[in-house]
Design a protein around this ligand. Structure first.
Ligand SMILES: *[C@@H]1O[C@H](CO)[C@@H](O)[C@H](O)[C@H]1NC(C)=O
Ligand SMILES: *[C@@H]1O[C@H](CO)[C@@H](O)[C@H](O)[C@H]1NC(C)=O
Length: 780
């Protein structure tokens, strides 16, 4: 067995030759823009003068608008203002894992008819590679700009990323997220926003605040239930403790704003502790704008303003709902409730014009930063991006790279995988083996450049691969052709079962009610495994976890592979892993719970366990019960070993600021409040950790190193363990490498107290990576 990189490249090259690259036409329509230099009547306005500060330009623009013109601009489909030479603008576009067409601002009806579709986010998250996340978002931003330059976009504001925490395994939109860990999700948010907006990976570097495209962190906040047993997101009132809010739900949004410098935030449908998030002044204005320094626009989720009155009854009248959201700090409604009710809110003196002006200021600032008020934008920094950047070879290769780096090898008994490439007979069985594009792409996708099914990927390696769907009607598998599938399986050397879920089982507005494989899937798996000559390979396509304990412990199932929803080239990525042209290195970004976890109501937002009521807690940070597979689990075709090469200090002695005491479960805990420590103290206490990692096998591999910390004596309020750093490294056979981590005690070694304040607790802790540990004592 050996990885042949040249074979990989040859295969990829062959695939690309088959790709229909977009035909370019020089006669594409012009994109919509204001301040046309050839129009002397509008170009002389100060708002058109690129030399003036943006604040001054928006002020000038807003001052020229009539009340009716102003009100019309507060919704996602903003009409043109012809007398000022301002074109219509559509705020709603989507780009979760590639430029999509779920929103209203992007059209694939011109010379550009598709865009690169990257793997669904949950699989990309499994790479634990923030630079890869950045490169994907950068590619999406470039394709978005190319589509705009080609005259096929009415807006450049994208409502991605989705940075809610994947709190409950049943959540239908969990697939859209970076998983259950707040630190991973925070890093994902920063990487995505910087990449899409055109910033550099480390931050800094945008040209005069120009945006390549605008990102929007959603859904602010504690939104992670869609529709479960009659409870839906429009009615749901999430009861969230200040403690969980501070160290689970909010950190991704905080990072998105502070480190990512996102130009957009979207408030959510749900209420948090009784208050609709879009009407929450404390959340939108105090927290995001004042505390975190957010400078951008805040949009509502689509239809989220109307429900504040119509469904939640929080506002007494439609006018009150409109006034509430603008007072809270929302700037833009996705919908048309404001079109219908904002005027009467003004006439009833419920809505001051100053709030409307503030919203318009935030909105036009974004359009100016996007370069849409500088005449023909094809002359600006991003104007050179042409249609040949869409579905480019580089982007397709990146999509393939993300898929195969994310794929997780869950089980590989007796090194069944990789399969031999020569003269074997193979059957690929299951409802996802030859599924339609929607299955491999996941939700919020646009039209892909190319689509390669799992079956096609396998057929490249084994020409006569036999296929049987096994189930009738897709993964729901209400009925199955088990006998036929068994006959197919009996005749071949190797069997790969491609099972799991799809959008008919988990998606937006559809949470699951159990964690089993649907319908007759398990029966099919067991029968095929029983009949096959050798142990079989089970491949799962799904976003949320499924309980496959029986397969985990069944000797007739030799290998289990999780491939998320792997994107347009997912079929190639999976085949490369199965046949050893790629060494798998992905690690689970979520805990795989056993099926009886569903006794926990999905509506219970508490992260921390409560032993007194048998509440088990959520995610690897707080849940101590049995798992099917742990957060971070992932095998490879080689073995890695670790060592702590150096840690700059093993004692953190905080002798500044006062020490506080609190009693938790009749134990007295000494702690410092992070807010009382000076920035210098936090900086002076940095811990630099160098980890040595060695590839002990005989094949190259990419491996994410996960560095955790845990208290020696776990307490209810503190995580059992917490990821404090991660980094993906590429290691040749036998290669050893050093990887450095900088831990800030104020950021990485802290948690929230019950009041929602960040604290550093005294106590003995362990840093650990794999089985290697290093003690760190914190003294306050
Ligand atoms: C593409 O669709 C948009 C929106 O429906 C429409 O305005 C535009 O004219 C269409 N373009 C072409 C070339 O059909
Ligand atoms: C705290 O005290 C220790 C020992 O007295 C000293 O070495 C250290 O510099 C002090 N730390 C700070 C932040 O003042």
């Amino acid at each position: 067995m050996g990885l042949s990189l040249s074979a990989t490249f040859t295969f990829v090259t062959i695939i690309f030759l088959f790709l229909t690259l977009i035909a370019h036409s020089s006669s594409s329509p012009l994109p919509p823009f204001a301040c046309d230099w050839s129009n002397p009547s509008t170009r002389s306005y100060p708002f058109c003068n690129p030399k003036l500060p943006i604040t001054q330009r928006t002020k000038d623009l807003v001052s020229r608008l009539t009340l009716n013109e102003k009100l019309a601009q507060l919704v996602n489909s903003a009409p043109p203002i012809p007398r000022l030479g301002i074109p219509a603008y559509e705020w709603w576009s989507e780009a979760l894992h590639g430029v999509g067409n779920v929103g209203r601002g992007i059209f694939f009806n011109g010379t550009i008819s598709s865009a690169t579709s990257f793997p669904q986010v949950i699989l990309t998250a499994a790479t634990f590679d923030s630079h890869l996340w950045y490169r994907i978002a950068q590619a999406i931003g470039i394709e978005a700009r190319a589509i705009y330059n080609g005259g096929q976009a009415m807006g450049m504001t994208f409502w991605a990323p989705n940075i809610n925490i994947f709190r409950d395994p049943r959540w239908g939109r969990g697939q859209e997220t970076a998983g259950e860990d707040p630190m991973v999700t925070s890093n994902y948010a920063v990487s995505y926003v910087r990449g899409l907006q055109g910033d550099s990976f480390k931050g800094g570097g945008t040209f005069r605040g120009h945006l390549q495209a605008s990102a929007c962190c959603k859904h602010f906040t504690a939104y992670d239930l869609d529709n479960w047993k009659g409870v839906n997101r429009f009615h749901f009132d999430a009861q969230v403790s200040l403690q969980d809010l501070a160290d689970t739900y909010q950190p991704p949004f905080h990072s998105c704003v502070e480190k990512g410098r996102a130009s957009g935030i979207m408030c959510a449908y749900n209420r948090v502790n009784g208050v609709p998030t879009c009407a929450d002044f404390n959340l939108l204005t105090n927290t995001a704008r004042k505390q975190w320094g957010f400078r951008g626009y805040i949009a509502s989720d689509c239809g989220a303003v109307g429900i504040i009155h119509d469904q939640q009854g929080y506002a007494k009248s439609p006018e009150d709902a409109v006034a509430d959201v603008l007072k809270a700090g929302m700037d833009l409604e996705c919908g048309s409730y404001l079109t219908d009710h904002a005027k009467s809110a003004v006439l009833q003196k419920k809505l001051p014009i100053s709030l409307i002006d503030r919203a318009l200021h935030n909105l036009f600032s974004i359009r100016i930063r996007l370069g849409l008020f500088e005449g023909n934008p094809t002359k600006l920094p991003f104007g050179m991006i042409g249609p040949n950047h869409v579905c480019s070879k580089d982007h397709l290769y990146l999509s393939l790279e993300a898929a195969r780096n994310g794929i997780v090898l869950l089980k590989n008994t007796a090194s069944l995988l990789p399969l031999p490439k020569t003269s074997i007979s193979l059957a690929v069985i299951g409802p996802n083996a030859n599924a339609s594009p929607l299955t491999l792409l996941g939700n919020y996708a646009g039209p892909p450049c190319k689509y390669i099914t799992i079956l096609q990927g396998f057929q490249h390696y084994v020409k006569n691969t036999v296929f049987h769907p096994g189930c009738d009607g897709g993964p729901k598998c209400a009925s199955a052709q088990i006998d036929q599938a068994v006959e197919v399986a009996k005749k071949v050397d190797y069997v790969v079962l491609v099972m799991g879920l799809d959008q008919s089982v988990e998606r937006e507005e559809r949470d699951r009610v159990h964690l089993d494989l649907p319908g007759k899937q398990l029966e099919l798996i067991n029968s095929v495994a029983e009949a096959s000559k050798r142990p079989i390979i089970l491949v799962l396509l799904c976003g949320g976890p499924v309980d496959i304990s029986s397969a985990k412990y069944d000797n007739k199932i030799g290998s289990i592979v999780w491939a998320g929803y792997p994107g347009e080239l997912g079929g190639i990525a999976l085949a490369q892993v199965i046949f050893g042209d790629h060494n798998p290195g992905g690690r689970l970004p979520i805990t795989w719970y056993p099926k009886d976890y569903i006794k926990v109501p999905m509506t219970d937002m508490r992260m921390r366990a409560d032993p007194s009521t048998d509440y088990p807690g959520r995610t690897y940070r707080f849940y101590k019960g049995p798992t099917v597979y742990d957060f971070g689990h992932g095998l490879s075709y080689t073995k890695y070993s670790y060592q702590f090469v150096s840690v700059t200090r093993d004692k953190l002695h905080f002798n500044q600021s006062s020490t506080h005491l609190m009693v938790e479960n009749s134990e007295t805990i000494r702690y410092k409040l992070v807010s009382e420590l000076s920035e210098e103290t936090c900086q002076s206490m940095l811990v630099s950790v160098t980890i040595g990692v060695k590839n002990n096998g005989n094949i190259v591999g990419r491996h994410p190193i996960l560095l955790f910390m845990r208290p020696r004596k776990p307490r209810i309020g503190s995580p059992i363990k917490q990821l404090v750093g991660f980094e993906s490294v590429l290691l040749d056979a036998g290669e050893m490498s050093h990887v450095g981590f900088e831990l800030s005690p104020c950021e990485h070694l802290s948690r929230a107290n019950e009041g929602g304040l960040k604290i550093i607790e005294e106590g003995s802790h362990l840093l650990f990576v794999g089985d290697e540990e290093y003690p760190i004592d914190i003294i306050v």
